[in-house]
Design a protein around this ligand. Structure first.
Ligand code: FHN
Length: 434
């Protein structure tokens, strides 16, 4: 009898472990990965102070003052179509906005908390307006949601930065709160990406993460959930330390993720320094923005590029201009980005590469030499070699190498070379360049 029970238990455990194989909607994941480039938005009443969202509460801005900023939050120049126009002009394909950050403020009229947009002078449901604008322009709509909430009485830790304890903390009451709110984001706003964050603190456990992932996929299997739903994220490197942890994609932060063409990942990086708006915040150059994009895509990942809109509701004109410049580059070179796979050459500081079907795209970064010599398999025949949408280039192959003659003065920040071959480039082994 005992023997059959232990066999049944074993059977159940194996079945359960197999069940751990998280139900990711592959079609949606492929669509997500093919998009490559998205807009991340960190925004809320804190933009009135120009300090960092969440972290400046109880640090630069006393809790009392921070928690009353919403009474003055009135972004009258907010225009969802304008934001999406900026997104499209940048060549971006999807959108993720902070719905509730660590500071606890919800930008939609949620029934689970009074501390939301409907209590501001602005009142309008900016989240629904963004959702509608995304649908109108065919942009995938995603929602950032912080698991930690340093203001909410039921969440055990508080500001500054989760460093204080709340007597009232009770995760048994807090988890139903976040389940309620995320149910609204799925059922009322039909979010396609649940971009979690704030999972690193002690009150949130692996068991809670697993349960929450299954709960959300139970509500709608056709959504993507990042790896910050659980406790498997390896810090800012963002990779998932093992497949016992839930999450459909990894999330390196403020860095180009490590080359990986087997498991989906997305780097989230700021166009300036701070996530939320800061007056005169240092903004990345066009070169740094484009190099970050091609190295990320060349490494097999997506880039979620962040802007922090101003308290009046506009995205800062200089940031709009910089994004437009990125979009102009993508207008000419988008075929070497969208829908490609990373590699076969691992990105370094002068080259990144992407591939699609029988074509490899070399992205030469600020490359001034008049020829490029890189390893290339002898058993692969080259049909054509040219500047993307430009002139044919002379090349010669020898001992597992290729030498390509380049036009004299390359003025481009990035010179993209298209190499068509007689075999599928996606099957080529990864080639490490010194
Ligand atoms: O604390 C947040 C930070 O404010 C921002 O939201 C980033 C975005 O990925 N994540 C956290 C820091 O890891």
């Amino acid at each position: 009898m005992m023997k059959t029970i232990s066999i049944l238990a074993l059977l159940f455990l194996t079945l359960f472990s197999v069940a751990q194989d998280f139900t990711t909607n592959q079609k949606l994941l492929n669509e997500f990965q093919d998009m490559k480039f998205g807009m991340f938005v960190h925004w809320g009443p804190v933009s009135l102070k120009g300090t960092e969202i969440g972290w400046s509460r109880g640090r630069e801005v006393p809790n009392e003052e921070y928690d009353n900023l919403f009474k003055k939050f009135n972004p009258t120049q907010f225009n969802a179509d304008e934001w999406i126009k900026t997104l499209k002009d940048a060549g971006m394909k999807y959108f993720v906005i902070t719905t509730r950050h660590h500071d606890g403020f919800s930008i939609w009229p949620t029934k689970y908390s009074e501390y939301n947009i409907s209590q501001t002078p602005f009142k309008r449901d900016v989240l629904m307006e963004m959702k509608k604008a995304c649908d109108k322009y065919g942009i995938m709509f995603g929602t950032y949601y912080s698991i930690c909430d340093w203001k909410h009485p039921d969440y055990p830790l508080g500001s500054p930065g989760g460093s204080t304890k709340k007597e009232t903390g009770n995760m048994k009451k807090f988890v139903p709160f976040i389940k309620g709110q995320t149910k609204e984001l799925i059922e009322k706003y039909d979010t396609k990406i649940l971009w979690f964050d704030g999972e690193w603190e002690e009150p949130w456990t692996h068991e809670m993460g697993l349960g929450f992932y299954d709960y959300l996929k139970g509500l709608n299997e056709n959504i993507l959930i990042n790896n910050r739903v659980d406790k498997g994220r390896k810090g800012m490197e963002g990779i998932t330390i093992s497949n016992e942890f839930a999450g459909d994609f990894a999330t390196p932060e403020q860095r180009v993720g490590t080359y990986n063409i087997d498991a989906p990942w997305e780097s989230c990086i700021t166009i300036c320094k701070q996530w939320a708006w800061k007056p005169n915040d240092e903004m990345k150059s066009l070169e740094e923005c484009l190099f970050t994009l091609v190295k990320t895509v060349g490494g097999g990942g997506n880039l979620l590029f962040n802007v922090g809109p101003m308290p009046d509701g506009r995205i800062e004109p200089r940031q709009v201009e910089r994004l437009k410049e990125m979009g102009n580059w993508l207008k000419n070179n988008g075929e070497a980005i969208y829908g490609t796979k990373g590699g076969p050459y691992k990105p370094n500081d002068w080259l990144a590469s992407t591939r699609k079907g029988n074509t490899i795209y070399l992205h030469l970064l600020n490359y001034k030499k008049n020829k490029v010599q890189i390893p290339f398999p002898d058993n692969v025949k080259i049909e054509s070699c040219k500047i993307l949408k430009g002139k044919k280039l002379e090349f010669k192959k020898y001992e597992e190498m290729i030498q390509i003659e380049l036009p004299k003065k390359q003025k481009e920040l990035i010179t993209v070379i298209e190499i068509r071959m007689d075999t599928n480039a996606e099957y080529l082994q990864t080639i490490h360049l010194n």
